[in-house]
Write a protein that binds this ligand. Structure first.
Ligand SMILES: C[S@@+](CC[C@H](N)C(=O)[O-])C[C@H]1O[C@@H](n2cnc3c(N)ncnc32)[C@H](O)[C@@H]1O
Length: 255
């Protein structure tokens, strides 16, 4: 079995579409897992993944990379807080927001905190999705370490978390504002009518054609006037062809 066949088998058996990921990085990660297990060929490794759920979870963890934190790049979140969300709140009674590839929930919960501050009691809907069920389970618990909350201001820490030693428990009100679902961005259906879609630090792992396809699908999922917020190391070169207008660095909108 070569690498292409391995990817096909993983897709067929587990429904994970690896062809959308950049091959050199993906291969490096998979081969490092194989070498840690002293497995030398893809067939043996694939059979192991089928047999051993623990190895499959390790595989998923390695492919997905769950690094995240609350208000990641706080200076960029400021634009969301000061300009974009206030504009959207003026236009719509209820906002429909999607954090796509939400990892452990730090990102959608940051959005929930902002909405709670800007429009308290508003009946907004925040969908948060990720491919990784372990990350989603962690997200639902809402329990974080010091590192995850390093960019949270002292007053927000006080208002929205309960601290016990180095552990931070998010309050129930904010937890209740976010609905978590499993969704593979490369395969699953997208909703529609979103006023804000946040998709940060995941498309960098995808090939260029996959990225473009994904941005087209986000465009379709946005309501007219809705914004797309992308990662600080990402750029959307083909935004005009897709139909987006650029609002500011890392923010695009559907006219
Ligand atoms: C680096 S984290 C980004 C988290 C957050 N958006 C942020 O910027 O802090 C990348 C996330 O993408 C998820 N992911 C990877 N491939 C995915 C796919 N095909 N569909 C949905 N989520 C995926 C991973 O499970 C991981 O939680």
């Amino acid at each position: 079995m070569d690498f292409t066949e391995f990817k096909q088998e993983v897709n067929r058996h587990f429904g994970l579409y690896l062809d959308g990921y950049k091959e050199p990085q993906l291969k490096r990660r998979i081969e490092s897992l194989m070498s840690s297990l002293k497995v030398e060929d893809y067939k043996t490794y694939f059979n192991l993944l089928v047999r051993d759920n623990q190895q499959w979870q390790r595989f998923i963890d390695k492919i997905t990379i769950n690094v995240t934190e609350f208000f990641r790049n706080p200076e960029i979140f400021l634009r969301l807080e000061k300009e974009i969300l206030p504009t959207l709140i003026k236009r719509h009674k209820y906002l429909k927001v999607w954090s796509a590839a939400c990892a452990d929930g730090s990102e959608p919960y940051s959005l929930a905190i902002l909405l709670d501050e800007l429009a308290p009691g508003g009946n907004h809907r925040i969908d948060a999705t990720d491919i990784d069920i372990n990350a989603l389970e962690k997200a639902k618990k809402g329990i974080y370490n010091q590192r995850a909350v390093q960019s949270v201001t002292t007053s927000r820490l006080k208002n929205y978390f309960r601290q016990e030693n180095d552990t931070f428990y998010l309050n129930e009100k904010i937890k209740g504002m976010v609905k978590f679902y499993r969704k593979d961005l490369l395969k699953d259906h997208f909703g529609s009518g979103y006023h804000l879609i946040v998709c940060r630090n995941v498309v960098i792992y995808f090939t260029a054609p996959t990225q473009e396809k994904l941005y087209r699908r986000f465009f379709q999922a946005l309501a007219p006037g809705g914004f797309l917020f992308i990662g600080a190391t990402e750029s959307l070169f083909q935004y005009k062809e897709i139909g987006f207008e650029k609002y500011a660095p890392w923010f695009y909108y559907r006219p």
